[in-house]
Design a protein around this ligand. Structure first.
Ligand SMILES: [Zn+2]
Length: 302
């Protein structure tokens, strides 16, 4: 199982400027199936940039009807269905994504919904498929139907994703039991803004959920200026849970038995760009940081 980050920027301004990429992430080989999560602007192009194939997707998850989460969903659906010539795959997401809700969405046309299974997720709704069990998780965000998920494979291994949400007292209950907790952490320090978590919120959530590995992504301008890697190091120190700040092109080779020991590297970029240089620099910075200095330290509380 591998988690591949095709973008780690979030919010309007990081997206418009592409200060970080905004392609979301893929969970590949989850019981043999591949899923793209929140394919924001550029997801298709980043897929090719990092040597992946959009046609090998089995599912696409779109958490809500904000552009930085849904922008490339339809073109990926076309890839998943061989240009809408085959029935294939599953589309999962919020009510707004499929049907529209108040001023949000719909984000996927009826045409694009037609050749794949559709699953509208709401908080605590679970659905079991042969290769995947998925449960919706509650959020508190601008799009009121926004939904995160917890997925489980047949070995009982669980990956949780908060999507965009503010921190709230019962958030941890939805993500209980997560082996890997992935969160959208837009801001640094204690600087949370409406509908989003900051680093301090995420640290609190990590303490409550106690995952084996925590990954933060979806960084806004101010977080990027504050340096997400430094934020992740601080969270690791405060919580004792290995915490990674995702970077564009980050590949996590999931160790299912010991998620905290999962290897981390960068996907090779097929394009020459400043962004790919950024990925390399981020990776170098990680290797130097406490997070990656010594594998044997991953289990230790600090
Ligand atoms: Zn949003």
């Amino acid at each position: 199982m591998k988690i591949k980050f095709l973008g780690t920027g979030g919010g309007r301004f990081a997206s418009i400027s592409q200060k970080r990429m905004t392609g979301g992430f893929r969970i590949d080989n989850f019981d043999g199936k591949n899923y793209h999560v929140d394919p924001g602007p550029g997801a298709l192009v980043r897929t090719y940039q990092f040597g992946l194939n959009p046609a090998d997707l089995d599912g696409i998850f779109v958490s809500h009807s904000h552009t930085d989460h849904y922008n490339d969903a339809e073109i990926l659906i076309e890839a998943m269905t061989k240009g809408m010539t085959k029935n294939n795959g599953i589309i999962m997401g919020s009510q707004s994504v499929f049907e529209g809700f108040e001023s949000w969405g719909p984000a996927i046309s009826k045409y694009h919904r037609a050749n794949s299974k559709n699953l509208i997720l709401t908080a605590n709704k679970s659905k079991k498929f042969p290769f995947l069990t998925i449960k919706g998780t509650k959020t508190m965000h601008g799009d009121p139907t926004c939904v995160g998920f917890q997925i489980e494979n047949k070995n009982g291994f669980k990956i949780s994703y908060t999507s965009d949400t503010k921190y709230f007292d019962t958030l941890h209950k939805y993500h209980k039991g997560a082996d890997i907790l992935i969160a959208s952490v837009l801001r640094h320090g204690s600087k949370s803004i409406s509908g989003h978590m900051c680093s301090d919120n995420f640290a609190k959530l990590i303490q409550e959920v106690n995952p084996k590995l925590a990954i933060m992504t979806h960084f806004g301008f101010k977080m990027l200026a504050a340096n997400p890697i430094e934020e992740a190091k601080r969270i690791y120190k405060d919580t004792g849970v290995r915490t990674l700040a995702a970077f564009d092109g980050m590949l996590v080779n999931v160790n299912e038995n010991h998620p905290e020991k999962s290897g981390m590297t960068h996907l090779k970029s097929k394009f020459y760009s400043k962004k790919s240089e950024d990925s390399k620099n981020n990776y170098k910075q990680y290797k130097k940081s406490n997070n990656y200095k010594n594998n044997s330290n991953f289990n230790k509380k600090v």
